[in-house]
Design a protein around this ligand. Structure first.
Ligand SMILES: Cc1cc2nc3c(=O)[nH]c(=O)nc-3n(C[C@H](O)[C@H](O)[C@H](O)COP(=O)(O)O)c2cc1C
Length: 151
């Protein structure tokens, strides 16, 4: 069985809501999902999985949340060569750097050797309506397809 790691950073629950929908959809595809908070997660453990999904809200002026800065710094030193990966996040369109954490993590994952298999998913606040929930499910389905093609 495929086993993936889904790590998220969420202060007020919006990114976590996205993570829950994504996890549920992946499980429908018979993928085991280990979902945990990113803050404090040991990056070395990431090499044990068939795939990796990261989710983060954006803070400051297009910045990563403080609590995951260390994780992101360490991530670049892990060998994730050819591991399928994808990033999602929640933000607020009022900020000029909308959901910038998604792009930041995508760059870091590429540096670590991972392969981005889906377009980054951005959502304003929590997934509110059916279209936004469907976008989360679609993201999970695209990830699932890519994961299965690679094995
Ligand atoms: C001080 C502060 C700075 C923020 N900066 C940004 C930003 O630069 N870009 C963005 O898209 N959203 C920004 N946001 C909005 C949050 O990312 C947004 O509320 C998000 O839905 C929070 O997700 P969470 O519920 O998972 O914590 C900021 C929010 C606060 C309070």
């Amino acid at each position: 069985m495929m086993r993936i790691c889904l790590l998220y950073a969420s202060m007020s629950g919006n990114t976590e809501d996205m993570a829950i929908i994504i996890k549920k959809e992946l499980e429908k595809e018979e993928i085991e999902v280990v979902m945990e908070e990113m803050d404090g997660y040991e990056v070395e453990k990431l090499t044990e999985f068939n795939g990796l999904i990261l989710g983060s809200y954006t803070w400051g002026d297009g910045d990563l949340p403080y609590e995951v800065e260390e994780f992101e710094e360490e991530l670049v030193n892990v060998n994730l060569t050819r591991i399928p990966a994808a990033v999602f996040g929640s933000g607020d369109r009022i900020y000029p750097s909308y959901c910038e954490a998604v792009a930041i993590f995508e760059e870091t994952l590429k540096k670590a050797g991972a392969v981005l298999v889906c377009n980054g998913l951005k959502n304003e606040f929590e997934p509110k309506n059916e279209a936004e929930k469907e976008a989360c499910r679609h993201f999970a389905q695209q990830f699932s397809i890519a994961l299965k093609e690679r094995v």
